[in-house]
Design a protein around this ligand. Structure first.
Ligand SMILES: [Zn+2]
Length: 176
C-alpha cells in the first residue's frame, strides 16, 4: 500500500480557506481522480471519483474501501481508501507563499493517482468572513464581497500528489 496526499494550490484574491463545501472531510464531496494501474501502467480514460460516504467491501479482504475497480487492460483489482482527518483548507497566507494545502490522504493499492480534477462543490470565505460557493470546474472564479467592498476571486488552480508515510504518535496517526 502507498499513501498519497492530495495537495491543492491556487492564487487567492481576497479569499481564504478554500476547501470542499462542508470541509475536507465532507462525506459527499467527490474527489475526481485519474488512476494508473501499478501492474500494467494503464491510465483510466475517465475520471473516477471517491467520496467518504460510499464504501464497498474489498473482495477476499476483511475491510472496506471507497473504491474497488478492476483495471480495464490487465484485469487486476485495485482499491482506494480515503483517510479523513488529515486535511486543512488552503489559506491566503499559503497562497501568497506559493504553498499548497493537503486536503485528503488516499491509501492506494494497485493504483497510483496521477491527476486530480477540480469540479463544483467548493467554498472559500472573504477576509471579512463572507462565504462564497465556488465552482472550480472553470478554473477561475470572480465575485464581489459586499461586506468588504472589494472584488474577490481565484485562479491558477494546481494539484499534486505526494507520497506520504504513516506516523503514529500518542495513538494519533499523521501522514507526512
Ligand atoms: Zn492494469
Amino acid at each position: 500500500m502507498v499513501f498519497y496526499a492530495l495537495h491543492v494550490g491556487a492564487e487567492l484574491d481576497g479569499l481564504t480557506n478554500l476547501q470542499p463545501r462542508h470541509g475536507c472531510d465532507d462525506p459527499n464531496f467527490p474527489y475526481y481522480l485519474k488512476l494508473k494501474c501499478e501492474n500494467c501502467g494503464e491510465v483510466t480514460a475517465k475520471d473516477t471519483y471517491v467520496t467518504l460516504s460510499e464504501t464497498v467491501d474489498v473482495p477476499k479482504g476483511r475491510s472496506t474501501a471507497n473504491l474497488v475497480q478492476k483495471c480495464k487492460l490487465c484485469g487486476r483489482d485495485g482499491t482506494i481508501t480515503m483517510i479523513p482527518g488529515q486535511g486543512t483548507p488552503l489559506t491566503i497566507e499559503q497562497s501568497q507563499k506559493g504553498e499548497k494545502a493537503c486536503l485528503m490522504v488516499f491509501d492506494c493499492r494497485g493504483y497510483e493517482p496521477v491527476e486530480f480534477s477540480f469540479a463544483d462543490g467548493w467554498m472559500a470565505e472573504s477576509l471579512e468572513g463572507t462565504p462564497f460557493n465556488i465552482d472550480c470546474s472553470e478554473g477561475e472564479f470572480a465575485d464581489y464581497d459586499e461586506k468588504g467592498e472589494c472584488p474577490v476571486g481565484l485562479g491558477k488552480l494546481e494539484s499534486a500528489f505526494k507520497v506520504v508515510k504513516k506516523n503514529e504518535r500518542a495513538g494519533k496517526a499523521r501522514y507526512v
